[in-house]
Design a protein around this ligand. Structure first.
Ligand code: C5J
Length: 220
């Protein structure tokens, strides 16, 4: 077992049974003209974590560990997108509509791709998820179980929406979860802070949190 100095206490993980999950580092959320931008958000906070996420991916890649990338993505016919999700909010362009990078949050569109700096390499898992959480309608739990993965390290965007939802879903399924605090971001600073507090409160009710530097030390 390896051990990371984390909140609320040290996170212990078996290297072979641990996967990295990078949530939704796709152009739709990170680049101007995407879904995040269409909702009126300033995407620059999310752009800033790209180098840290790249270093985190390299840490797992170099050790030959499982790396999972998710994308919030709907089928082109939108049959996996509830009308309530399309109607929600006051977006200048809605989910499924044509934006500057193609149809928003639709599989295969340019905006639905992971940003170039973090592009998946051969052998890494790419999970298209129609929900905010990574388990609904994806078959991911079964795949993780088949690989003997028991521990999940989380990064990506946004901290309080898809990252937190996926981490809570994972916690309920019995995975031991660590959030890498400088490899996740929100459009709203206080939401990120609050999410980390919620996750680690009450003795780690959802899981653990630590910066990348602490995780890197654990791998030495
Ligand atoms: C959102 C996400 N915020 N990936 N998606 O709609 O967090």
């Amino acid at each position: 077992m390896r051990s990371v100095k984390a909140e609320p206490y040290d996170y212990r993980f078996p290297e072979a049974g641990t996967a990295l999950v990078v949530i939704d580092m796709q152009r739709d959320f990170i680049e101007p003209g995407g879904f995040g931008d269409a909702l009126g958000n300033d995407v620059s906070r999310l752009v800033a974590i790209i180098p840290t996420v790249a270093d985190l991916i390299a840490l797992f890649r170099n050790r030959g560990l499982t790396v999972i990338h998710t994308r919030e993505a709907h089928l082109p016919d939108m049959s996996d997108c509830p009308p309530s999700k399309v109607a929600r909010g006051n977006a200048s362009v809605r989910i499924g509509e044509e934006g500057p990078m193609g149809r928003l949050l639709v599989r295969g569109e340019p905006g639905n791709q992971i940003v170039d700096a973090l592009a998946p390499v051969e052998g890494e898992w790419v999970i298209d998820k129609p929900g905010k959480g990574m388990f609904w309608n994806t078959g991911l739990h079964e795949r993780l179980q088949a690989e003997g993965i028991t521990h999940l390290v989380f990064a990506g965007v946004t901290t309080e929406v898809c990252v937190q939802t996926s981490m809570r879903e994972a916690n309920d399924r019995g995975y031991e979860c660590l959030l890498v605090t400088d490899a996740t971001e929100s459009y709203f600073e206080h939401f990120k802070t609050a999410t980390i507090e919620m996750i680690t409160a009450q003795g780690g009710i959802v899981g653990w949190a630590a910066p990348l530097a602490n995780l890197a030390v654990a791998f030495e």
